[in-house]
Design a protein around this ligand. Structure first.
Ligand code: ARG
Length: 465
């Protein structure tokens, strides 16, 4: 077996078996932590020098070389290759070995007063913090913009609002689209709450109990942007609640995306025919030449399962762990990276899908013609203008609907004259038999009235500025 560079070889006569290496090696996955682990190592080495825990000269050499490595990694001048992945156990040992190769003996001092256990807990938090802005917020905002653009042109498009997947009441299509904008806005806030800015730095916790040197944890925490050092070293190296919370925030974002995706699938079906998917966001069938399939939306809906799976997976990994660090914890990164990549992909796909498709107002009109959509409205007419108690009004309209069904009619097929013959109390209801008017009567905060939807749109434009 190829000789490899471990950071713990001293007490062993032989190296690990191929299988143990295979199960334990993580550089292929945790190489994404490289810039963050280097940053943390720089802060650590600088502190070691200031406190004279290692000679100032060595600390300076370490900081200088690590800064160079940070740039090399960031600008792609140094990529972690397959050979690296074969030769090193994880990103932490890779960084230490590379450093020592470059500056010699001084490099070996970087691991003074720390352990990979506090290192990985620190670097992983920094990674999560970094993934929020450029990764997630930068992709959530265009999705909300795409929804707002569609909403702006569909304020006057009235469609059925469904409950139980049954047509219920008329609603402005813009109101429906803005419901998703609200969900994604809350997702952004939930993700923001995962930032390390509010968190505590594990650095200095050592393997589990702290380190026997006069370290300055406040200084390293500050340099890395944490609110301060963690209060308990055992907690700091062994919990992954921050990763689980991030996975939950990602899962909920994925669930919201999945529900939007399901709506897109329904809207673009022949049954609804309400949304025409753009050519660039739909796919054909290998056998049915007429097909235009919503694959992007379906895959978004499908991939949500694995994002949720990662959350459940990590919680399951954590639930039986004895204190403190256990190698099981290494599973956290693959789960978070994959969930993050998946959500970023789905955000992009759904932004394109919403942006590149067109709603068909003609179809909306057709959809309103079935489902007795104004039944509630008619009951409210009896309440508002005839002084009937709502329960009685519900009963009267219920009987009316039964009669319409018997005669194979929809409420939209009949007029006031027909209704007044069925029950004299319907005299004067003509004004209530109008979809647009029904929408506009819901004129209160949170309602679907045109005035309210316009207000919401204006508020959204301000909010996104
Ligand atoms: N790759 C490890 C992880 O992700 C780093 C910590 C290893 N610590 C140890 N004591 N083996 O958890």
């Amino acid at each position: 077996m190829k000789k490899r560079k471990a950071v713990w070889g001293g007490r062993f006569k032989s190296g690990p078996t191929e299988s143990l290496r295979a199960i334990g090696d993580s550089l292929r996955i945790d190489r994404r932590l490289a810039p963050f682990d280097i940053r943390a190592s720089i802060a650590h080495a600088r502190m070691l020098g200031k406190r004279r825990i290692i000679p100032k000269r060595d600390a300076d050499a370490i900081v200088r070389e690590l800064t160079r490595m940070f740039d090399d990694v960031l600008f792609g001048r140094r990529v972690i290759t397959r050979e690296d992945a074969d030769a090193h156990e994880d990103v932490h040992s890779w960084i230490e070995h590379t450093l020592t190769e470059r500056i010699g003996a001084a490099g070996k001092k970087v691991h003074t007063a720390r352990s990979r256990n506090d290192q990985v807990a620190t670097a992983f938090r920094l990674w999560i913090d970094d993934s929020l802005g450029d990764g997630l917020f930068k992709r959530l905002v265009p999705l909300v913009h795409a929804l707002l653009r569609q909403a702006a042109t569909s304020i006057d498009v009235v469609v059925p609002a469904y409950t139980h997947l049954q047509r219920g009441q008329p609603v402005s299509l813009a109101h429906h689209l803005l419901a998703y904008a609200e969900m994604f806005d809350r997702d952004a806030r939930r993700l923001a709450a995962c930032a390390v800015r509010n968190g505590r730095s594990p650095l200095g916790s050592g393997a589990a109990t702290g380190v026997p040197h006069r370290i300055d944890r406040a200084a390293t925490a500050k340099e890395l942007g944490f609110a301060g050092p963690s209060a308990n070293s055992m907690d700091a190296v062994s919990d992954r609640d921050f990763a689980a919370e991030f996975l939950f925030a990602l899962s909920l974002t994925a669930v919201h995306l999945s529900r939007l995706a399901e709506d897109v699938c329904l809207w673009s079906s022949s049954e609804w025919n309400l949304l025409e998917l753009g050519d660039s966001v739909s796919t054909g069938s290998s056998i049915m030449p007429q097909k235009r399939n919503p694959d992007g939306a379906e895959l978004t809906r499908g991939k949500t399962g694995r994002v949720i799976g990662h959350l459940v997976g990590l919680l399951t990994t954590l639930k039986g762990l004895p204190m403190t660090y256990n190698r099981d914890l290494q599973e956290d990164k693959e789960a978070v990276f994959d969930a993050y990549d998946t959500v970023v992909m789905c955000l992009r796909v759904m932004t394109d899908t919403i942006g590149e498709s067109r709603f068909r107002p003609e179809a909306a009109e057709r959809l309103l013609k079935k489902g007795h959509l104004l039944a509630t409205e008619l009951a409210d007419f009896l309440v508002a203008e005839k002084g009937v108690a709502f329960r009685d009004a519900h009963e009267i309209v219920g009987k009316l609907v039964r009669r319409l069904d018997d005669e194979k009619l929809d409420l939209s097929d009949v007029d006031e004259t027909w209704l007044a013959k069925f029950d004299a109390r319907f005299k004067g209801c003509a004004k209530w038999l109008d979809f647009r008017r029904a929408v506009d009567r819901r004129d209160h905060v949170g309602g679907t009235a045109t005035r309210q939807v316009k207000k919401q749109l204006a508020a959204w434009k301000k909010r996104l500025k």
